[in-house]
Design a protein around this ligand. Structure first.
Ligand code: ATP
Length: 720
């Protein structure tokens, strides 16, 4: 029951070389080290944010204490005057304005093959309202595949896949993918945001999914009923938590996931391994809730790996799978008798589920074939098949086809503004509650700014030299004199500040977004909101955070380095670069399924920016076939803009030089030309191009977000 309170990040990254003027290496090494160190620190030191009342319950390890505690809780639960699932269902129906409709689901001759692998082999069965059905079987027997096919969440269209058979509800043929809006599906891994509470989750889901005609009070009442029906009142205001931050227990988290799905007033509820990772009491209370829901005439189907005797006894029906075939499907209380008849009596006081699963793995293939054949000829199987045939035959004669997605859960209930408002509020809550990341982000900006300020202290003072009468670089030979070195250092400070702005804005998005992605996909698949309000809300919350980070950086470095450009303009350019880079990071995050992959891919997006921006390889030397890539580098445009802001005084000197001597001489000897060579490497006039650079930066920010949005939309559309 006790969960790990926190996990430390194992990797330590130490810079292994002198940092002097080696900007990319210096930055990446320090940046990664600081992020890892800070995350490690926060992971260890964050106090539990769980409701103190629930604390002691999670520290009991002895199984006897757990069972005792469980029994006491169940007794207390029974004594509490909670609304039953029946009342809650009635309440949901009332609020969602939907007609009361009970549905069964039947399937016959279902076979599913991937390549040469036959995963399901000609299976038939049904689930009925009022009954809790469990799918049991050894690992790899096809439990999840069966559940996913019935729920319309299995990709069956790939070229190496083949699905045959028929799925019906109340005997009416359905396309599982278009029917899936009617089925609440709880995934094995809870896709929940770590900083939301069950109350906030239910409130969000109710606001998005219930009829808009209901009042705020009605919604509050509904949320309270749902919390108490699922025994979540005590932790209603506790954050969900994550691996690094303690929050709800596994059972509470699972009940929260179930509650979110119940708000849709689903016609059926499917759960994939809902008991995995739960202790016996948490598993028991969850199955009590599921049984209660089934009694409210919702067919509930869930896969279970290894049920205890108490849990097994609560199932009404059992589907026993072995190698994609049925060995038993019928009332749970008849399974022992069936296997007894087959010559495998279940020993007294033995868990029938364990007994059968042990059999299925121990017995020879021939014996198991015999059991499967006997099952098909058994009275229970024949009766069930007759029932399925009768239902399917009745409706096929009328040529009826089940309706696709229903209103309410499958069609979005709320308008754009409401979706945006709710998402924005949730994003703000998440940002402020995730103090570890927020402090790490700002702390990192301050730390790196101080480090840079120290390292490049006064290095931007070359402008003073250029303007000073004692050492006028225009009068001296610029390239031979001391000015070139000063300009290199001065220009280097801008480059380093830009790279820092780019990385510090992109890195948190790369780390964080892949963890949020499954939440978006679940909610989007449930038609809670659209992809556009989701992206706008994320962008609106991210913008001030990046701005704050840029402000902190320049507040520390501006005077320390002796920068010349306008403070506000430099901050704004750094901010624009930050949000454009975070858009690129978001694009990477949308394209990959896990944070690990995103972290591995992150350098792919950041390092080419440095290479193609013309800083290390002059643009003229980049092969023509690759040169276009520089137009996709926000870093290049930001450095150009910062240079224009910072080296404004050079413009005056250049113009002065051109008045007095030939342009060729100026090109060779000038600080302005040094910059021109570094930045654009063309004969175009750097100073007049700022609108292009600004437009390109804003354009890239929008373009990356748009592509990320399309990627996520496509993923959400075809999610299985
Ligand atoms: N995309 C795939 N390609 C090839 N084989 C697959 C694919 N998906 C699933 N399988 C195979 O199908 C079989 C059934 O998988 P499934 O996940 O349904 O089993 P399960 O009974 O739920 O197992 P577990 O209890 O371990 O989760 C397994 O042997 C698995 O290797």
């Amino acid at each position: 029951m006790t969960e790990d309170l926190s996990r430390s990040l194992r990797e330590d990254v130490e810079p292994d070389h002198e940092p002097e003027h080696d900007f990319p290496d210096l930055l990446s090494s320090y940046f990664m080290m600081c992020i890892l160190r800070l995350l490690q620190f926060w992971g260890h030191s964050l106090p539990s944010q769980q409701d103190p009342e629930t604390g002691p319950e999670h520290q009991l390890n002895s199984s006897s204490m757990l069972m005792l505690c469980g029994c006491l809780r169940i007794c207390q639960d029974l004594e509490r005057n909670e609304p039953s699932m029946h009342q809650l269902r009635d309440h949901t129906r009332q609020l969602s304005d939907e007609a009361h409709e009970e549905r069964s689901m039947e399937w016959s001759g279902l076979s599913f093959t991937i390549g040469q692998h036959k995963i399901l082999s000609n299976i038939s069965g049904m689930i009925e309202p009022g009954r809790l059905t469990g799918v049991f079987g050894p690992s790899g027997s096809g439990k999840t595949t069966l559940l996913n096919i019935l729920a319309g969440r299995q990709n069956t269209k790939a070229s190496n896949m083949s699905l045959t058979g028929q799925i019906t509800t109340n005997g009416v043929v359905v396309d599982p993918v278009s029917f899936r809006g009617n089925i609440a599906y709880v995934m094995q891994d809870d896709a929940l945001l770590p900083y939301e509470t069950p109350r906030e989750y239910f409130h969000f889901s109710a606001s998005m999914r219930l009829s808009q005609g209901i009042s705020r009070t009605q919604r509050e009442e509904f949320v309270n009923n749902l919390l108490s029906t699922l025994s979540l009142q005590r932790c209603a205001n506790t954050i969900v938590g994550s691996e690094l931050v303690k929050g709800l227990s596994g059972g509470e988290r699972k009940r929260t996931s179930v509650g979110i799905e119940l708000i849709t007033n689903p016609k059926m509820l499917f759960l994939d391994e809902p008991l995995s990772g739960l202790d016996s009491y948490a598993a028991y209370t969850l199955v009590v809730a599921l049984k209660d829901l089934a009694k409210a005439n919702v067919p509930v189907l869930c896969t279970v790996h290894q049920p205890s005797s108490e849990i097994f006894a609560m199932f009404d029906d059992v589907i026993m799978l072995h190698a994609g075939e049925i060995t038993f499907h019928g009332p749970a209380n008849q399974i022992s008798a069936f296997f007894d008849d087959m010559g495998f009596p279940c020993p007294g006081n033995f868990n029938p589920a364990d007994h059968v699963m042990f059999l299925m793995q121990k017995e020879s293939t021939e014996k198991l074939r015999e059991i499967k054949d006997s099952w098909l000829q058994s009275e229970i199987s024949v009766k069930m098949q007759a029932k399925i045939d009768a239902l399917q035959g009745r409706n096929q004669s009328t040529g009826e086809r089940a309706a696709g997605p229903r209103q309410g859960s499958a069609g979005r209930n709320t308008g754009f503004c409401k979706q945006l408002g709710m998402l924005l509020a949730r994003e703000v809550r998440g940002t402020f509650r995730n103090k570890g990341i927020l402090y790490a982000r700002f702390g990192m900006s301050l730390f790196l700014a101080a480090l840079y300020g120290w390292l490049f202290s006064g290095s931007a003072a070359s402008g003073d030299k250029v303007n000073s009468p004692e050492k006028n670089c225009l009068a001296d030979n610029f390239s031979a004199g001391g000015c070139t070195g000063d300009f290199q250092a001065h220009f280097g400070t801008l480059v380093s500040l830009s790279i820092m702005a780019m990385m510090s804005a992109a890195q948190p998005v790369v780390l964080q977004f892949p963890q949020e992605r499954p939440v978006f996909l679940r909610e989007y698949a449930a038609h809670q909101y659209g992809v556009v309000p989701y992206f706008i809300s994320k962008t609106l919350v991210e913008m001030p955070v990046v701005l704050m980070s840029s402000l902190l950086t320049f507040a520390v470095t501006y005077f320390w380095m002796g920068l010349h450009g306008g403070f506000v303009l430099l901050v704004l350019v750094s901010w624009l670069l930050g949000i454009a880079s975070s858009s690129l990071a978001l694009l990477v995050g949308c394209g990959v399924a896990s944070a690990q992959k995103a972290i591995q891919l992150a350098p792919l997006t950041l390092i080419p920016q440095m290479l193609f921006s013309g800083l290390f390889v002059p643009v003229a030397k980049i092969p023509l076939s690759l040169r276009w890539a520089r137009y996709l580098c926000p870093l290049k445009y930001a450095i150009n803009l910062m240079t224009i802001v910072e080296f404004q005084y050079v413009k005056d000197i250049t113009q002065d030089c051109e008045k007095r001597s030939s342009e060729i001489e100026c090109m060779q000897e000038h600080p302005g030309d040094y910059l021109r060579l570094q930045l654009v490497n063309t004969q175009s006039v750097l100073w007049d191009d700022w609108t292009q650079y600004l437009g390109a930066l804003v354009g890239l920010f929008l373009l990356f977000r748009l592509i990320a949005m399309i990627l996520l939309w496509r993923k959400g559309k075809y999610v299985f």
